[in-house]
Design a protein around this ligand. Structure first.
Ligand code: FES
Length: 140
């Protein structure tokens, strides 16, 4: 399995690690298959992500995608954040091995889950945002 230099760099030196003081949207998601857990903190002010951070208990790709996802959402409007898919995160990292795709999906879901939390707490409706679903274990 080959990781891009960017993935390795974000894994070795992740950005935005830890809890975020004053966060008003927090989302936690997990993948029942690998057991990895990701939590994203967003601080949204005037409809813009003023700051973002994460805590990830997971594989190197989960750390790298959380790091990149929090970098990508900073300074973006909620509508722009809604456009950031797992593919955008993966592309920003110059790709991920196919078996690691679900790690980037987890990053997208964690951001959406944090937006959902913000929406619930603030009463701000977010176009196109669906309630995060529970993750059932995959059968293999
Ligand atoms: Fe599960 Fe990477 S192996 S998030």
């Amino acid at each position: 399995m080959e990781y891009s230099e960017k993935v390795m760099e974000h894994f070795m030196n992740p950005r935005n690690v830890g809890e975020l003081e004053g966060a008003n949207g927090v989302g936690t998601v997990g993948n029942a298959q690998c057991g990895d857990i990701m939590r994203v903190f967003l601080k949204i002010e005037n409809g813009v992500v003023a700051d973002a951070s994460f805590k990830t208990f997971g594989c190197g790709a989960a750390v790298a995608t959380s790091s990149m996802a929090t970098e990508l959402v900073k300074g973006k409007t909620i509508a722009e954040v809604m456009e950031i898919t797992n593919k955008a995160v993966t592309d920003a990292l110059d790709g991920l091995p196919a078996v690691k795709k679900h790690c980037s999906v987890l990053a997208e879901e964690a951001v959406r889950s944090a937006l959902w939390d913000y929406s619930q707490k603030s009463g701000v409706a977010i176009d196109g945002l669906e309630e995060p679903k529970e993750h059932a274990p995959h059968a293999h």
